[in-house]
Design a protein. Structure first.
Length: 377
């Protein structure tokens, strides 16, 4: 086929993965008329996962769910052949906070459970739960309440939403907890944090959601109480499992209450998108994300794409586009990326990079065509 596979993640805050792929394809087409491109927008389980699935042929299902503050929000999941891709950020993401006002102590994951129930009602037999980008640190307690669990204090009164209230948890009434028989749940995440401790959900991620030091201590106390009561009630032990601390502890609830298996987000998404099937006959793969940095080397989408290419077609070159790149050439090559092309390299004004990333990406694609695609055979 002699084609180019374009498989970027989003440029957070500026372009979706599908938009990045479209601009790169347009730039390649102008610089190298006749080149065939195959667009495979990717995601790692966080923001943009549903969008990437939709671009690959999944059907988007939209519905109203309770957002992180309890207000109704429009959310969606992707569905194809009995597999539902549920992106936690759709229901309780930071972008779902009214007015962008952070709510680290009270934000809830309830809407994620509502999405899962809707997917099951539409006969999904496999739920892929993308973990990341959420506003809450409630250990998945909100998800459990959506499934019918009741979280009670010592007086038998139901707790209000959010991680802070969990410090008062006395017992969980599971009499109405919905069973999901025959449903396979896979949690997609690229973090291996446990629920508690210095690497846990509260200590590492709650400050990014607006939590002060006292807030972090309160959330840690709540999560510890939640873990103890949940594990004693249901007879599991998941607090120390890798990924239990993902998405404010949503990983813990997925592992314990849903029996989920954890897989690296980008690896799972590439499988679902049939990425390897697009590679035979390709002459180049272009991946990317907004910032190529140290996190990229630890399982983020571009590194995952490069790894998948190396496993499927070892001699196929991979290059990356980005807004900025702080990695050395040696670091890029260690991740399987031959070269990076950054907007900042051709436009040092950050404001212009943020305001017109599309045209700049098309210009970068011209540089890639010059370096990797000529002459077109």
């Amino acid at each position: 086929m002699n084609h180019v596979v374009i498989a970027p993640d989003k440029f957070k805050g500026t372009l979706t993965a599908a938009q990045v792929a479209a601009h790169v394809a347009a730039g390649l087409g102008r610089a190298c008329p006749g080149v065939e491109t195959v667009r495979v927008p990717v995601a790692d389980g966080g923001d943009g996962t549903v969008e990437a699935a939709e671009a690959a042929g999944y059907r988007r299902v939209e519905m109203g769910v309770r957002g992180p503050t309890g207000r109704n929000v429009n959310a969606s999941f992707a569905l194809l052949d009995g597999t539902a891709i549920v992106e936690s950020a759709q229901a309780c993401g930071l972008t779902r906070l009214p007015g962008g006002i952070l709510a680290p102590l009270t934000a809830t994951s309830r809407g994620v459970g509502e999405l899962i129930i809707a997917a099951v009602r539409m006969r999904a037999k496999r739920i892929v739960l993308g973990l990341g980008g959420v506003a809450c640190t409630d250990g998945g307690a909100g998800l459990v309440t959506a499934l019918g669990g009741r979280l009670l204090d010592a007086s038998g009164i139901e707790l209000p939403p959010g991680g802070a209230a969990l410090a008062r948890l006395d017992r969980i009434d599971v009499s109405g907890l919905r069973d999901l028989p025959g449903i396979e749940v896979i949690a997609a995440t690229d973090v291996d944090n446990p629920l508690l401790g210095p690497r846990g959900a509260a200590a590492v991620y709650a400050p990014q959601k607006g939590a002060s030091s006292p807030d972090v201590a309160l959330l840690e106390e709540g999560l510890a109480r939640w873990a103890s009561v949940a594990e004693e009630t249901l007879g599991f032990s998941k607090r120390d499992e890798p990924g239990a601390g993902a998405a404010g502890g949503l990983g813990f609830a997925a592992l314990g209450f849903l029996g989920a298996a954890v897989r690296p987000g980008i690896e799972l998404m590439l499988d679902l998108l049939s990425f390897a099937g697009r590679l035979p006959g390709a002459r180049l793969v272009i991946t990317g994300e907004g910032a190529l940095d140290a996190q990229t080397l630890h399982g983020k989408a571009p590194a995952g794409v490069a790894r998948a290419v190396a496993e499927a077609v070892p001699d196929l070159p991979v290059v990356a586009v980005a807004g900025v790149c702080s990695l050395t050439l040696d670091q890029l090559r260690s991740a399987g990326i031959a070269r990076a092309y950054a907007l900042a390299d051709i436009e040092p004004d950050l404001a212009r990079c943020l305001s017109r990333p599309g045209p700049l990406l098309e210009e970068l694609a011209g540089h890639i065509a010059r370096d990797w695609l000529r002459p077109l055979s």
